[in-house]
Write a new protein. Sequence first.
Length: 208
Amino acid sequence: MSKLTTFESSDLQILSRELQWQGYFKMVKFTFEHKLFAGGTSEIISRELFDRGHAVVVIPYDPVTDQLILIEQIRVGAFDHNISPWLIELVAGIIEEGEDPADVARRETYEETGLETLRCQKIMSYLSSPGGMSERIDLYLAQVNASDIADIAGLSEEGEDIRVFAMDREQAYQALEQGKITNGASIIGIQWLALNYLRIRQEWQSHA
């Protein structure tokens, strides 16, 4: 079986990184060269990178009622598309410098749904848009009690206005298939649950 990855970080040479813009997020310009699949080294390449830090996404799931907890909030990234800018999503939050991602997952679940996390386990990490953005997503699964959800949640000082609701797992799948969920991280999380929920429920029951 051939190797999945041909090159490593050592096959890349970063010649410079220049800060182009700094606000809530920042833009950095990289100049670099790298080894080529056909042999030799590339020409010098320049690329701008949107550096927005890293984040957690949480799948709040109640195995007793077989429900997902979803949220709805306004998103600036949806303003220029022919869709409602209020998106249906899973819980998510930015990981600040020095924070433990699992702690962020539990905190964001409480802030955005009003729910305490009974179990919290990491599923995977992935790069959300590596062609031009540095963000890494840490995806977590959280066991919650769906009967305790808040109706409205979020931190007013952060401009959050979040509607919270429980949805049967099968209904969430249907919403995905019907194009009602358009947030990439939420699509990945719900699809992961579709593949793994039977195993997860068995594991949680065996450790109850």
